[in-house]
Design a protein around this ligand. Sequence first.
Ligand code: FEO
Ligand code: CA
Ligand code: CA
Ligand code: CA
Length: 585
Amino acid sequence: SRGPGRIKPPSDFEAIAPAPAATDELIVPTGFEWAPLISWGDPVTKGAPAFDFDNQTPEAQRGQAGYNADFAALLIDGRGRGGQGSQGRRGVLVFNNEYTNDELMFRGVTGSADLTDTQLEIVQAAHGMTIVDVRRQRPGTPWEYNRRGRRNRRLHAHTEFALDGPAAGNAALRTSADRSGRTVLGTLNNCAGGVTPWGTVLSGEENFNQYFDATDAPDPDKRLARYGITSAGRGWERVDRRFKVAEEPNEVNRFGWVVEVDPDDPSSTPVKHTAMGRFKHEGANVRLADDGRAVAYMGDDERFDYIYKFVSKRRHRPGNRRHNMKLLSEGDLYVAKFNGDGAADGDYDGTGEWLPLVVDGRSHVPGWPVADVLIWTRQAADLVGPTKMDRPEDVEPNPVNGRVYAALTNNTSRKPGQQDEANPRTPNKHGHVLELTERRNDAAAVSFTWKIVLLAGDPGDPSTFFNGYDKSEVSPISCPDNVAFDKQGNLWISTDGQPGTLGNCDALYMMPLEGPEKGRLQQFLSVPVGAECCGPWITADERTVLIAVQHPGEVSGASPENPVSRFPYLGDGQPRPGVVQVHRR
Ligand code: FEO
Ligand code: CA
Ligand code: CA
Ligand code: CA
């Protein structure tokens, strides 16, 4: 008929057991099968050559799929773009290329000092984002990427981006190559992301600090230190002097933003939105407020850093993409404060408020101009008293119930006496997931209630909590990172950092948030040795689960001569991070 059936959680698959040992295998539940959709090095743009591990060039890599996919989204063409559902046979896949494993990309490389100039240029070209057309024969059959797709595109460390919003053009964003402070080359360390209601893709620039060589750079206001820009970088300054902070002090201020890309227009200039603040952006996900304003939820992934939200000034206009693509250019920026109501009620829960940083174009940080608040958002937020969180990763509104779910991956540095009800564990080795309900369930509200719905770990550990579900029937989980939702509003969680005591390999889980199976967390798959499980994405027709297998074989001592992983097992010997699809058989 219409091909294999839908994936209908929660009780539609039998949970897999955690990988018995670190294994170079992608494990899916009985009755499911997986296939690579695209892998590092696959040709994407016109004229790009096939992948050849031993003959890589910068030119080839600029036209081939980038390395280490994190966020991935597959948008099915046709009515209902962005998540309402479609049975179409064509679509577009967008994924981030967060960073590179230089020691696995090249023979004889153990650190950045070993990289030749050409290899450094290859590495720069392997960062950024990849956009490709995809197609399938019918719903439920595997997707394949179209080597000659109209929308195919690579964004890398030299692609032109426009800075927009209140800080664009600010003196702190001007460099010797860009005296306007409005045009940046490249996007870096793109981690998680989201799809907007108007069909564009948002991507967070996360650990951008690592690319900059801060040697000899003065830091009187500790602005560099607060962003971790404190050490020698990854050698990029050897081929690109803008990465030498002492020589080009403002270049670093042009990274750490949320990027918006229109995947349907390969000639469009992607945008960095200064109105959304600058920090180690994990990602950004939008929900519309009752009055139509666009509200973006965002995490700053660092121990003891914050959760933010942006509220657009203008309202969403259905069908008017040109207008909607300006929504994130102007609006209000808030940072979250969580107040606990005490342990006596048996729940980690309470109320919260969105503390204003910028509202109606005015700074709410005494003595700080708006542009400074947006460029050095971490220090500005420090001054208004938000809650220091356990590494906020993906923060994403659930399209079914409207609530917001924040993955707090772990914080091994939180010491006794530093806990609060929203970050109750010392240390927090396994992480937790927090549910936030805006007042009147309106995304534009300035206050909310909240509750921890998952305290991760071995279910046998009394400090774990699975939203009240019987812990004898749930899967162990650690280090929640990326989250996604299916059409029923079930929460999907992928992990990064599963310790050996808890299953050896990172994994993907599904957890219902309502009904009799609320809290019944079940493991759906696990990724190969050394890899982190990213994506995830449930296609709008519910027939494909998409994940990104990031850094397979990233194990101490691994090298091209000793490739601990050979994922995705295409016979060419070296591990190749990429995007994978899972279907019901
Ligand atoms: Fe790139 Fe916070 O994970
Ligand atoms: Ca409580
Ligand atoms: Ca992440
Ligand atoms: Ca991660």
